[in-house]
Write a protein that binds this ligand. Structure first.
Ligand SMILES: *Cc1c(COP(=O)(O)O)cnc(C)c1O
Length: 457
């Protein structure tokens, strides 16, 4: 029988990933083990509900327990859970250890689901949530009017200062006046390290739940190069597992508080947060968990607990700083004047008079993948933003270092100058400029092929 066309396209995608350089800061390359766990027979299994930890002493290895699977308690709606329970417990334990949490829910299908579950766990319709303005680096799920959450809750927003930092004074002023139920810190296009202590102090003053959405920097936290909000008075941390954390696509919620039986209906108190979250994920907002993805999360958390991951996290930041420095030297104006994490936000419009969208397209033609991004107070329309956002998690996974960062920054500069010469987006593909793009493209491919993906070979 002829193989499905899908497999042909998968082959093409593998080639695209291998030959190009991934600079999108929210993407990464997983290990072979993560990929294997994800593509496993667990996709066949239904397991609505949760495993229980009753009767298992802390730190017990499964291979050492004498308890028969059938007598282990769980809160599942289906039979045949023996292996699934063990795997989900492993994922939970590893996540708790990695992020110093009292509790982990590993079931959210995505970062968006994780955030929505926390809102649902803590708020009633109409309650106020204070989060960063999307245009200043916040995420769609933090109150964009096009989302379901924004129709249910009342989102208020704070912004950034002209030098790119959080406007803590504005945050405090709004918090004191509005007394929001949740104060949310965490961003998709932000290059500084938040002062969690300062926000926690404000939150305690107004009695808000302190929530950090660390989707972008979770891997940096796990690797010890970024502060952990749970160590600084925050009650809840949500994240994706597929960005710097280098796991499968998915979400994760970590919290502080007491873990109790999910059978009792808990009151909305801070100590009950873990159980409120469990109930908000299932049955509140999701159905059956994706246990194949949870298995891959467990593998990824296991990898992140290794000493080598600390080195990886350090290198992500080192590379981002090197990239930022070279871009600045070459004439690019950077938002926030540089970077403290994995991400660089470039004001292309101000630097070269070129739109972020045109620059994104031109870079795509030479095998450099990143995305156009709005800048705070962007004068251009949202689909023609002035900036681009790029980051180093993926290329660092491939083993690249500061020398490669400088090469990438130089290619970006060449492409920006070409864009200036070409003048408008429509003419990017004109024959006249094809050789110039091809010349750079060849060099990019040559470098990329020298650094194989973790799943190759
Ligand atoms: C990526 C991201 C999310 C959403 O994650 P998805 O898995 O795409 O739903 C949420 N919050 C922040 C800050 C993010 O960067």
């Amino acid at each position: 029988m002829k193989k499905d066309l899908v497999f042909d396209l998968l082959k093409q995608e593998k080639l695209r990933q291998r030959k190009g350089l991934e600079l999108i800061p929210s993407e990464n390359y997983v290990s072979k083990d993560v990929l294997t766990a994800m593509g496993s027979v667990l996709t066949n299994k239904y397991s609505e509900g949760y495993p229980s930890f009753e009767g298992i002493s802390e730190g017990t290895l499964w291979s050492e327990t004498k308890i028969a699977d059938k007598v282990l308690p769980n809160y599942r709606y289906y039979g045949g859970q023996a292996n699934v329970d063990r795997i989900e417990r492993l994922a939970i334990r590893r996540a708790m250890k990695l992020f110093h949490a009292d509790h982990a829910n590993v079931q959210p299908h995505s970062g968006a689901n994780a955030n929505e579950a926390v809102y649902f766990a803590w708020c009633e319709p109409g309650d106020k949530i204070l989060a960063m303005n999307l245009a200043h680096g916040g995420h769609l799920t933090h109150g964009s009017p096009v989302t379901r959450s924004a129709k249910i809750y009342k989102f208020l927003s704070y912004g950034t200062t002209p030098d790119g930092d959080i406007d803590y004074k504005e945050l405090e002023k709004i918090a004191l006046k509005e007394k929001p139920k949740i104060i949310l810190v965490g961003y998709s296009a932000f290059m500084k390290v938040p002062d969690f202590d300062r926000v926690a102090k404000i939150g305690k003053k107004v009695g808000a739940l302190l929530m950090a959405d660390m989707a972008h920097v979770a891997g940096l936290i796990a690797g010890g190069v970024h502060p952990n909000p749970l160590d600084h008075g925050f009650h809840v941390m949500t994240t994706t597992t597929h960005k710097t954390l280098r796991g499968p696509r998915g979400g994760l919620i970590l919290s502080k508080g007491n873990v109790a039986s999910p059978l009792k209906k808990p009151e909305k108190t801070l100590t009950n947060i873990p159980i409120l979250i469990d109930r908000a994920v299932f049955p509140g907002t999701q159905g059956g968990p994706l246990e194949h993805v949870i298995a891959a999360k467990a593998v990824a958390f296991g990898e992140a607990l290794q000493p080598s991951f600390k080195k990886y996290a350090r290198n992500i930041v080192k590379n981002a700083k090197a990239l930022a420095k070279r871009l600045q030297k070459n004439g690019f104006i950077l938002q926030g004047g540089g970077t403290e994490n994995h991400l660089v936000l470039v004001n292309v419009k101000e630097s070269f008079g070129v739109s972020g969208k045109m620059f994104e397209k031109a870079l795509d033609m030479v095998g450099l993948t990143l995305n156009a991004n709005a800048l705070p107070c962007d004068k251009e329309a949202a689909f023609r933003p002035s900036g681009v956002r790029l980051g180093t998690p993926a290329i660092t996974t491939r083993g690249m270092g500061t020398a490669e960062m400088e090469k990438i920054a130089d290619w970006m500069t060449e492409v920006a100058k070409l864009c200036v010469e070409i003048g408008n987006e429509k003419d990017l593909t004109s024959k006249k400029y094809a050789p110039a793009f091809e010349k750079i493209h060849k060099q990019v491919v040559k470098l990329a092929l020298k650094f194989p993906l973790p799943t190759e070979g």
